[in-house]
Write a protein that binds this ligand. Structure first.
Ligand code: PLP
Length: 379
């Protein structure tokens, strides 16, 4: 067996399952699950229609590079969304089967394994970065390292899961300068970029453009239709940026066998070419945030996230205990923040936080928040 598999941490939902094993909630209250970041708004009709109209594509092996029309639709979307010149669809864009597999596979493409190989992840973070680093033979580093020696890849996540924080132009300037000095590659995870309440979050390619950098050297951005277009089951996203890295990524993916079904490609073209459904999606999330935030009173604390659909809530007691009691006494599921982070410099930055995904319908989110506030008031 691959010994590196032993180094993988249990996934946060596995830890949650263990935490709640043997806890049976009082059945008087309806169950509400806000623990998983799975979009629940309806998949747009135009996406379903395009998929159905392209089913004959199932009879054909798709190319890993994808259809030129899909790469073109993505390049055009990037240009419209970020006000940048359209990336070259032939060399700077590649379809991926959702950002999860792509963020994982990218590490396998980029990393030269060895004693000293290191990958920087945000902290708290999306656990795929950690597993990708480990299985590629590198050590994950949580948060900014003291020394950049051996760092080959940095994962950035903006808007961040779980905190909702967005990287600004100064943050990118600093990260680009570090990459220029130390030679590491940046993988920018932007799968929440279209879920925001006020200003559209800055993207990595946009930041590079606005900072006047010549091209996208050592930078690849990853985005997805899962959250933007409410089709997490379609498994569709893209990688875009540094042409030399995209070329190697395509080579890796050809062997890995991660081509996108032609029917999914056609549905993706329809999705990337329409913004109406995305605006409606944002409106639904904004409505939920505006309804639930006023229900939170001290000792609970959470601000409006700059992006994404999570409330990153500060809890007055240990987060796992809070989640356990919330489930047992109020039949609401949330995710302990400490499961989404690692100890670094002697502390776990997710501690005393819970992540609440506002994915269910408005009335359920409101009801869940009332119960959360009640638990906090009774502590
Ligand atoms: C931060 C982050 N990145 C990537 C993904 C993967 O999304 P997908 O593979 O559906 O594009 C998720 C999913 O929850 C996520 O939270």
């Amino acid at each position: 067996m691959n010994p590196l598999l032993e180094k993988l941490q249990p996934y946060p939902f596995e830890k949650l399952r263990r935490l709640l094993a043997g806890v049976s909630p009082d059945g008087k209250l309806s169950a509400i699950n806000l623990s998983i970041g799975e979009p629940k708004h309806p998949t747009p009709e135009l996406v379903k229609k395009a998929l159905l109209q392209s089913l004959e594509g199932l009879a054909i092996y798709p190319l890993t590079a994808g259809l030129p029309e899909l790469r073109q639709a993505v390049a055009q979307w990037l240009s419209r969304r970020y006000g940048i010149p359209a990336p070259d669809p032939a060399t700077e864009v590649l379809p991926v089967n959702g950002t999860r597999e792509a963020l994982f596979a990218f590490a396998q493409t980029i990393l030269n394994p060895g004693e000293n190989a290191r990958v920087v992840c945000p902290n708290p973070f999306y656990q795929i970065y950690e597993g990708a680093a480990i299985l590629a033979g590198a050590a994950p580093v949580y948060g900014e390292p003291r020394s950049w020696e051996g760092v080959q890849l940095v994962y950035a996540c903006s808007p961040a899961n779980p905190s909702g924080a967005v990287m600004g132009l100064e943050d990118w300037k600093r990260l680009f300068a570090l990459s220029d000095r130390h030679g590491f590659v940046i993988a920018s995870d932007e799968c929440y970029s279209e879920i925001y309440l006020e200003a559209p979050p800055l993207g990595a390619l946009e930041a590079a453009h606005r900072l006047g950098r010549a091209g996208y050297g050592r930078l690849v951005a990853f985005s997805s239709l899962s959250k933007r277009s409410n089709c997490p089951g379609m498994r569709s996203g893209f990688a875009a940026g540094d042409a030399s890295l995209i070329r190697k990524f395509l080579l890796y993916r050809t062997y890995h066998g991660s081509a996108m079904s032609l029917a999914v490609q056609q549905a993706s073209i329809a999705a990337w070419s329409d913004e109406k459904h995305v605006e409606e999606n944002r409106r639904l999330y904004a409505e939920k945030f505006r309804a639930v935030l006023p229900l939170l009173a001290p000792p609970l604390e959470a601000g409006l996230p700059q992006g994404g659909f999570y409330l990153w809530l500060r809890t007055p007691i240990d987060d796992a205990e809070f989640v356990r009691r919330l489930h047992a006494e109020y039949n609401v599921l949330a995710l302990p923040g400490s499961y989404l982070a690692r100890d670094a410099e002697g502390r776990n930055p997710g501690k005393n936080h819970v992540r609440i995904a506002l994915v269910t319908p408005l009335d359920e989110c409101v009801e869940a928040m009332r119960r959360i506030a009640q638990l906090a008031a009774n502590l």
